[in-house]
Design a protein around this ligand. Structure first.
Ligand code: SAM
Ligand code: DTB
Ligand code: SF4
Length: 334
C-alpha cells in the first residue's frame, strides 16, 4: 500500500482498514507499518486519534516514576547507555540502594501522583542474592498500594515467577530497535535473548512493558521494523515505552545526527495504531523536547509518561513543569 499515491479519501479508507485490522491483533508486516510512517502527517495523526479514542480515555495520562536501585558498572555494551562500565560517562558503579530509601522514594512518588513505581538496575541480569533484595523491594512498594515495575535485564527460568510471587505487576525489557540494526548497537547479547526473557515474563503472568529507542541513527524502515516486532508479539505488550535517545557524552552514540522530532511523533502514532489497547509511553528524551512536540505525541496516542525529576541517570522535566504542561493541555493523571 502506498499512501503517497492515493487521494485523501482513499488514504483515509486504507488507514481505516488498517485500524480495523489492528482490533483483531493480526500480523503486521514491516511494509504495512512503513506505509503508516510514510502517510501524510495529518492522515496518520487522525487515524491514531481515532484508535486512541476508541480504546482509551482521550485526555488521560498514566504517571510512572523511575528509580535506579543499582546504578552503573554494567558489563553490557549497549551503545546508548551511560551505565555501561566500559564507557567513560561519569556514572560510577554504585552499591544497591537500601530498602528504606527505595520505599521512601516510592511513597514520595505516590504523594506526587504517580500510580506506578519502576525499579531499574544496571545488570546484564540479576543474580540470586539480587533477587532476594529485589523481591523484598517489590513487596514493600506493592504494600504502599502502587503498581510495581522492574527492569533488571535478562531473566533466567524461574526468576520471573519469583518476582511475580512478590507482587510485580510489570516487567520492562526493551527490544530497543529492529533486529537488523540491533548488532550495531549491542553485541553482548542477542535479539533472541531479549525475546526469551519476554517469554519468561509472559509465562509468569506478569504484564509486559516493552518498547525501544529512536534517534540512534536508524532508518525509518528500522523504526517500522521495531514497531512490527512489538506489535507481532502475541499478545502485544500491555505497555510500550518509546524512548528518544538521550545522548550522553562518552557513549558510542553520542554525536548521532539529530532525528527530526516529527519522526518521533510518527513512531508514537504507529505504536498506537498497531497496539490499540497498549499504554504507549512517551519515555526518555522529554527534557530535550519542546512542549509542542510533547503535545503532538499525546495527540498521536501517547498516554503515559515518566514522572519525576530523574529517569535512571539522566534528567527528566521537574514534576511542577509536567503538572503545568498537563494542565495547559487539559490532560489528567490516570
Ligand atoms: N539493564 C537492564 C536492561 O538493559 O534491560 C535494565 C535497565 S536499562 C537502562 C532500561 C532501558 O533504558 C534500556 O533497554 C533502554 O531502552 C533505555 N535506555 C538506556 N539508556 C538510554 C538512553 N541514553 N536514551 C534512551 N533510552 C535509554
Ligand atoms: C524505558 O523504556 N526507559 C527508561 C525505563 N524503561 C527503565 C529508562 C530510560 C533511561 C534513560 C537514560 C538514563 O537516565 O540513564
Ligand atoms: Fe547495562 Fe541495561 Fe545499560 Fe545495557 S541498557 S548497558 S544492560 S544498564
Amino acid at each position: 500500500m502506498n499512501f503517497n499515491s492515493l487521494t485523501t479519501n482513499e488514504t483515509q479508507k486504507d488507514l481505516i482498514s488498517i485500524a480495523e485490522k489492528s482490533e483483531n491483533s493480526a500480523h503486521w508486516s514491516v511494509s504495512e507499518i512503513l506505509s503508516l510512517l510514510d502517510a501524510p502527517f495529518n492522515d496518520l495523526m487522525y487515524r491514531a486519534q481515532c484508535v486512541h479514542r476508541q480504546y482509551h480515555d482521550a485526555n488521560g495520562v498514566q504517571l510512572s516514576t523511575l528509580i535506579s536501585v543499582k546504578t552503573g558498572g554494567c558489563p553490557e555494551d549497549c551503545g546508548y547507555c551511560p551505565q555501561a562500565a566500559r564507557y567513560h560517562t561519569g556514572v560510577d558503579n554504585q552499591d544497591m540502594l537500601a530498602l528504606d530509601d527505595v520505599v521512601s522514594a516510592a511513597a514520595a512518588a505516590k504523594a506526587k501522583g504517580a500510580s506506578r513505581f519502576c525499579m531499574g538496575a544496571a545488570w546484564r541480569g540479576p543474580k540470586q542474592r539480587d533477587m532476594d533484595k529485589m523481591t523484598e523491594m517489590v513487596r514493600a512498594v506493592k504494600a504502599l498500594g502502587m503498581e510495581t515495575c522492574a527492569t533488571l535485564g535478562m531473566l533466567k527460568p524461574g526468576q520471573a515467577q519469583q518476582l511475580g510471587e512478590a507482587g510485580l505487576d510489570y516487567y520492562n525489557h526493551n527490544l530497543d530497535t529492529a533486529p537488523e540494526f540491533y548488532e550495531e548497537i549491542i553485541t553482548t547479547r542477542h535479539y533472541q535473548d531479549r525475546l526469551n526473557t519476554l517469554q519468561e515474563v509472559r509465562n509468569a503472568g506478569i504484564n509486559v512493558c516493552c518498547g525501544g529507542i529512536v534517534g540512534m541513527g536508524e532508518t525509518r524502515q528500522s523504526r517500522a521494523g521495531l514497531i512490527a516486532q512489538l506489535a507481532n508479539l502475541n499478545p502485544y505488550p500491555e505497555s510500550v515505552p518509546i524512548n528518544h535517545l538521550v545522548q550522553v557524552e562518552g557513549t558510542p552514540l553520542y554525536g548521532t545526527a539529530a532525528l527530526d522530532p516529527l519522526e518521533f511523533v510518527r513512531t508514537i502514532a504507529a505504536a498506537r495504531i498497531t497496539m490499540p489497547k497498549a499504554m504507549v509511553r512517551l519515555s526518555a528524551g522529554r527534557q530535550e523536547m519542546s512542549e509542542a512536540v510533547q503535545a503532538l505525541c499525546f495527540l498521536a496516542g501517547a498516554n503515559s509518561i515518566f514522572y519525576g525529576d530523574k529517569l535512571l541517570t539522566t534528567g527528566n522535566p521537574e514534576t511542577d513543569r509536567d503538572r503545568a504542561l498537563l494542565d495547559k493541555l487539559g490532560l489528567h493523571a490516570l
